[in-house]
Every structure is written in structure tokens, then in C-alpha cells.
Design a protein around this ligand. Structure first.
Ligand SMILES: Cc1cc2nc3c(=O)[nH]c(=O)nc-3n(C[C@H](O)[C@H](O)[C@H](O)COP(=O)(O)OP(=O)(O)OC[C@H]3O[C@@H](n4cnc5c(N)ncnc54)[C@H](O)[C@@H]3O)c2cc1C
Length: 382
């Protein structure tokens, strides 16, 4: 059997869901293919922090993409919630970046000043002021910067709502399906096979998260994305009100009384084991910040595989040598905050050929990348 679509999207995480959502708004007949259950991989595993002011990207292309994406969220959340009745738990308490050392103080002084210049709400808090906001915090704290414009949400519910609302707009979702064969003619992919069905498509989008390299190989493409495992746990606690962040450790309060604690960045392939050593270390770091958590019940633990790109930015571009294939992956630690703008830009690229923001900084690297300058974060560009 052969069916016809304007666009086939491979991968049903938040990136694929967002692309399909914007395409359906433009009346594109869109088929989304997900090998398991949509939204259950990295998109469900995340902490759900929409970190822009509190994020590491300072003022370059990645920062601008995050800024634009964050701005789409309020209206998007409203619309998804209205259509689906799912509470996405979009919360407005902000992120507290904690200051405990001289080095923290220097780092956050610079970030605080930059964000104020950029017009973000940012407040420099003394130790007493932080503890007024978070009374259970350790006394060994010098202060914090409160980035009150950085929201957080329940990413699992976001993915669920996005898929459901996309279906309402006309997206066809194939669950438990993989593309196992493709046909190419004159530099274009003409059809893809899913089970016994052939789908003829004008455009194919690869949005398969940390599996994008493997999917790319089927198209003869080299997409240099690697899985970067993050282990997480949740505890039951009511004494954390804001997102608390110190170095790479964070605590994120959810509406149901869970506090999500994360995380690690591990390059161990597609291995999702959760280890005692890591859980132990996440617990120790949490107790170091909030000693009163020692009696909090453990709720659950999990891990997820972030799509890491060596460019340290997402890869959003046409595939070299295949004019109707588009790559949208490599969002690593920022896929939740970047999903709305990614979907919008990829939709514009497909429907008008002219995205409203340049995608040049998000091209596939042509050559191996040089080593990073000293002091730059290995996992996020500017
Ligand atoms: C522990 C952790 C914490 C995080 N915290 C945050 C955060 O606070 N804020 C933030 O912005 N980001 C965060 N992230 C990052 C964010 O979760 C990811 O960047 C984002 O979910 C990537 O979305 P995706 O759709 O590309 O990938 P995924 O959600 O992994 O989706 C890819 C989908 O493709 C499917 N697929 C794979 N191969 C095929 C195939 N052959 N055929 C069909 N389907 C296929 C998979 O089954 C999967 O469902 C975090 C990630 C982790 C792991």
C-alpha cells in the first residue's frame, strides 16, 4: 500500500512533535513516525527547565535561538492546554543560581550584569534573602542570583499534549514504527517504507534525537550526534519552591510534590542504566544543599539520552546531497527550551524556504572540529 504525505517526520520526541505541530498549522499533510511511544525518551527524561537567562549561552546564535523559543512558550502552553486539557505545569517561580565560593561569585556577577543589560529580570540576593525564599537551604550559602523569567514545566506532559494536539490538527502518528527502507531518485528521497506501507513524501525530516546518527546512515548521511546519558531521581518533598541550581546539580519542584534531582552527562552509548554510585552522589549533593531532605522519601529514578552534537549547538539544516531531507537534532541539554522555535523554523524552511532566523550557525560541520578554547563549556556553545 502507498500513501502520500507532504512531510514525513522521523522521531516523536518534543522536536518531532513541535515540527509536526507547526506543519499541520500550515495545512501540510504530516506523518510522524515513532519507533516506540512518542515523547518517552529524552523528552520525558528531562528536568523541564527553560534556562535562558540562567543558561550558559551568553549572546551568540544559541542564546538568540533560546531567547526566541522561550518567548513562544506562554501562548503555546495556553493553546496546548486548552486543546488537550493536559496541565503542562508551566511554573513561574524562576531559577535560583546559588553562590557558595569566590569562583561562583565572580561567574555570577558577570552573568548577572550581562542579563541585566539584556533586559532580563535578575536579582542579586544576600544569604538572608535567599533563605527567606528557600528556608531549608544550607547555612553555607553566600547568596544567589534569582532569574525569575526562567520558567520550568513538566516536559513529559508537554510532549504528550503536543502529540495529542498535533493529531487534532491532522498529524498522522505511527506509533511503534520505524522507517526500514527508503527510495532515492535524482537526489531526492521519494518514498519511505514503514512496515508494509510505503509513504511517498515531498520532504523527510530526521528528528530522531540521540538515534539520529543511525537513522542518517540509512540515508547515506553522517550526522555526528552521540547519546549523552543523564541520570535523574525524584524525591517527595514540599520544602523546595524554586529551581535550585549549583554547578551542574539542580533540584526542580514539580506540582505533584516531587522534586526532580539531576544530573550527569555520560558518554556511554545507548545505555540507560541507573547506577547506585550516581544515585548516591545525587543524593549526597542534594543533602549538602538542603540537609532537611534526609528524611524525604525516594519517589523514582530514571535516565535519558540527550542528543549531543560536537558543534555544541543543534543541527538544523538541509541534508547535504539530498535536497528534500532536513535534519533537526543535536539539542543536547536544551531540547525542551528550544523545541518551539525549532519547530517553527523547520516549518518555515519547508513551507517558504526562508526561515525567520538564519540557520547558518546550525549547519552540519563539514570537517572535524578543532579543540575548544580553554575554559569553554564542552557541551554548550554561545
Ligand atoms: C536528564 C536530562 C535532563 C534534561 N533537562 C533539560 C532541561 O531542563 N531543559 C531542556 O531544555 N532540555 C533538557 N534536556 C534535553 C532534552 O530533553 C532533549 O534535548 C530533547 O528531549 C531532545 O528531543 P528529541 O525529540 O530530539 O529527542 P527524544 O526525546 O529522544 O526523541 C527522539 C525520538 O526519536 C525516536 N526514534 C529514534 N529512532 C527512530 C527511528 N528509527 N524511527 C522512528 N523513531 C525513532 C525515539 O524513540 C524518540 O522517541 C534534558 C535531557 C536529559 C536526558
Amino acid at each position: 500500500m502507498t500513501t502520500t504525505a507532504d512531510v514525513v517526520v522521523i522521531g516523536g520526541g518534543v522536536i518531532g512533535a513541535s515540527i509536526a505541530w507547526y506543519l499541520a498549522e500550515q495545512q501540510q499533510r504530516t506523518v510522524l513516525i515513532e519507533k516506540n511511544v512518542p515523547g518517552q525518551e529524552a523528552s520525558a527524561a528531562a528536568a523541564g527547565i527553560l534556562a535562558v537567562a540562567s543558561g550558559r549561552a551568553r549572546n551568540g546564535p544559541l542564546y538568540r535561538l533560546k531567547h526566541a523559543s522561550q518567548a513562544l512558550y506562554p501562548a503555546l502552553v495556553r493553546e496546548l492546554e486548552e486543546r488537550t486539557g493536559i496541565d503542562i505545569e508551566y511554573q513561574t517561580v524562576g531559577v535560583l543560581d546559588l553562590i557558595r565560593t569566590d569562583a561562583d561569585e565572580e561567574k555570577y556577577r558577570q552573568l548577572y550584569e550581562l542579563r541585566r543589560e539584556q533586559g532580563y529580570p535578575a536579582t542579586w540576593l544576600s544569604a538572608d534573602e535567599v533563605r527567606r525564599l528557600e528556608p531549608s537551604l544550607t547555612r553555607e550559602i553566600r547568596g544567589a542570583v534569582h532569574f525569575s523569567g526562567d520558567h520550568h514545566l513538566h516536559n513529559g506532559k508537554l510532549a504528550e499534549a503536543w502529540i495529542k494536539a498535533g493529531e487534532q490538527r491532522g498529524v498522522t502518528v505511527h506509533t511503534g514504527s520505524t522507517v526500514n527502507e527508503i527510495r532515492i531518485s535524482a537526489g531526492r528521497v521519494t518514498t519511505v517504507r514503514v512496515g508494509d506501507e510505503w509513504i511517498s513524501a515531498n520532504t523527510v525530516v530526521i528528528a530522531a534525537g540521540s538515534w539520529s546518527r543511525e537513522v542518517g546512515e540509512m540515508f547515506g548521511l553522517m550526522i555526528p550526534v552521540e547519546p549523552a546519558k543523564g541520570q535523574m531521581l525524584a524525591i517527595r518533598a514540599t520544602n523546595v519552591r524554586h529551581v535550585l541550581s549549583w554547578h551542574d546539580h539542580y533540584l526542580v519542584p514539580r506540582k505533584n510534590g516531587d522534586v526532580v534531582v539531576g544530573s550527569t552527562v555520560e558518554f556511554v552509548g545507548h545505555n540507560k542504566d541507573v547506577t547506585l554510585e550516581t544515585i548516591h552522589s545525587l543524593i549526597a549533593r542534594s543533602l549538602d544543599l538542603i540537609p532537611a531532605l534526609h528524611s524525604a522519601p525516594l519517589s523514582h529514578f530514571w535516565s535519558g539520552l540527550r542528543p549531543f552534537s560536537p558543534t555544541r549547538r543543534p543541527i538544523l539544516c538541509r541534508a547535504p546531497g539530498l535536497e528534500n531531507v532536513i535534519i533537526a537534532t543535536g539539542h543536547h541539554r536544551n531540547g525542551i527550551v528550544l523545541a518551539p522555535m525549532t519547530g517553527k523554523l523547520i516549518c518555515e524552511l519547508i513551507t517558504t524556504g526562508q526561515p525567520s532566523m538564519s540557520l547558518e550557525p546550525f549547519a552540519l560541520p563539514r570537517e572535524p572540529l578543532p579543540p575548544l578554547p580553554e575554559g569553554e563549556s564542552p557541551d554548550e556553545a554561545d
